[in-house]
Write a protein that binds this ligand. Structure first.
Ligand code: ARG
Length: 475
């Protein structure tokens, strides 16, 4: 049975004053968050350093005191980094542990740093600092994956492949076009991260518990010192807002969905039935029982993990729904889903990049099957439209060509001139110009289309965009 007797008041507890006894062990266990929020320790130290400067400006720390505090924070930061300083059983959360560490180095002076702050604004600030930092790492990994796709695309401008709708051969495309579509999707993820950051870059610090500070501290100043663009304009909103966490989880879930769809395509392409792609040994796994197997585990994990990334988003939204004014302890539940999304993406993205980079494509097979399955039927219809035939009739005529070819068990280009004119007087041997793969692709030369000239331009634009994103995220 759990021990329900109360503990004595602990050294590191931040709120003992009005309590005759400490919390019961079960209460303490429920309350404790150090097993996950310790990740915020470097950010809590960073924040405390900025805060010390603000306290000094407000005359609440002398220059000497502020200097000692900064030194102690540096010492503690290296002890945290080396694992020498860690939370103990009595620390409720990262903030309690950090304060205990400071007091052990500075004595009473360590207790001055809490002035003008509450854990409510402190935790939101740490968490935002963590997330803005990690969003940048995620962006860097996305860019790496975009580059892997772009390199493969540049090799495959003149590789033709069947393009699909409903997973049925639809129209032939340049395989580079197929690969480049993922660079666009990932580019939108980067845009979303940027947009997100512009809203996340507002600092909650200075909001205190909920009402702001009476100590003459300047929230705008500390915001700037921590790399935020500004301070939040309402102290109650500052401590209760977690839009930025939910929004980040949406961006993460969307990235996950993209990775899952990429994964699904790789799984199909690497199947024996498609046989379009071969996975590199280093980026696939074997089977413990079937010696011949080579499995697309990275792609499958991408597909699988997208489910949990979506779960992280819906979980947090459910936590937030119905929360009343100000800070509520429910908000402590915001961290684990966010940490999980960050960590999953940071292990998944590099593996995806390695897998894409090393995929070997069976370009001959793809090119051969590109026009198969009457994939050029639309080209007949569009040729007829250029000859002045209304599309409605052109569609019928092209359909009739498919019917005849199907009956004869041949491809569209095998139809004789007689057969063509028997189907429609509008058809003549010139339609053969589009009944070959080059003709069909070259004709789709509108902006955004699959004609190799357009694809070449597209890849150039993408390469410039990726370069700009590199500068934006990595300086
Ligand atoms: N550990 C809490 C959290 O993660 C912050 C502490 C605020 N607690 C409080 N009782 N005001 O949200």
């Amino acid at each position: 049975m759990a021990d329900t007797t109360s503990q004595s008041n602990s050294e590191s507890r931040l709120w003992g004053g009005r309590f005759a006894s400490g919390p019961s062990p079960a209460m303490a266990r429920l309350s404790r968050s150090t097993h996950f929020d310790w990740k915020l320790a470097p950010y809590d130290l960073m924040q405390t350093k900025a805060h010390a400067q603000i306290l000094e400006r407000a005359g609440l720390l002398s220059q000497d005191e502020s200097r000692s505090v900064v030194l102690a924070l540096d010492t503690l930061a290296s002890q945290v980094a080396s694992g020498e300083f860690t939370p103990n059983e009595d620390d409720e959360d990262v903030h309690s542990a950090v304060e205990r560490g400071l007091i052990s180095l500075l004595g009473e002076l360590g207790g001055k740093l809490r002035a003008g702050r509450s854990r409510n604004d402190q935790v939101a600030t740490d968490f935002k600092l963590y997330l803005r930092d990690h969003a940048q790492q995620i962006a860097g990994e996305i860019i790496g994956l975009q580059e892997a796709f772009l390199d493969q695309a540049n090799e495959n401008i003149l590789t033709y492949s069947p393009g699909f709708t409903h997973l049925q051969h639809a129209q032939p495309v340049s395989f580079a076009h197929e690969l480049a579509k993922h660079v666009h999707a990932l580019g939108r993820d980067l845009e979303r991260l940027s947009d997100w950051d512009s809203r996340a870059a507002r600092s909650p610090l200075g909001a205190g518990a909920l009402a702001g500070s009476s100590l003459g501290l300047d929230p705008e100043l500390v915001a700037g010192a921590l790399g935020f663009h500004s301070a939040l304009g309402n102290s109650i909103d500052a401590v209760s807002d977690r839009d930025w966490a939910a929004e980040f989880l949406f961006v993460g879930a969307m990235i996950g969905v993209h990775l899952s769809r990429i994964g699904e395509e790789v799984i199909l392409m690497a199947s024996r039935e498609f046989a379009w792609a071969q996975l590199d040994d280093a980026w696939s796994t074997g089977s413990s029982i079937m010696p011949q197997k080579k499995n697309p585990d990275i792609a499958e994990l991408a597909r699988g993990k997208s489910g949990r990334l979506i779960g992280n988003l819906t979980g947090l939204l459910a936590t937030l729904k119905g929360l009343p004014f100000g800070y509520n302890r429910d908000l402590q539940e915001d961290k684990e889903p966010v940490f999980d999304t960050v960590e999953q993406l940071l292990v998944l993205l590099p593996a995806m990049t390695g897998m894409i980079k090393t995929l070997k494509f069976n370009t001959e097979l793809m090119t051969k099957s590109a026009p198969a399955g009457f994939a050029l039927a639309t080209d007949i219809a569009e040729w007829l439209v250029r000859e002045g035939v209304p599309f409605r009739n052109a569609h019928e005529i092209a359909g009739a060509c498919v019917q005849v070819a199907e009956e004869r068990d041949c491809e569209l280009w095998d139809l004789t001139d007689e057969e063509l004119t028997r189907i429609s007087s509008h058809l003549n041997s010139q339609v053969r110009d589009v009944l070959n793969i080059e003709g069909a692709l070259n004709s789709r030369d509108a902006f955004g289309g699959t004609a190799p000239v357009r694809v070449r331009e597209q890849l150039q634009v993408l390469s410039e965009l990726i370069g700009a994103e590199r500068v934006r995220w990595m300086g």
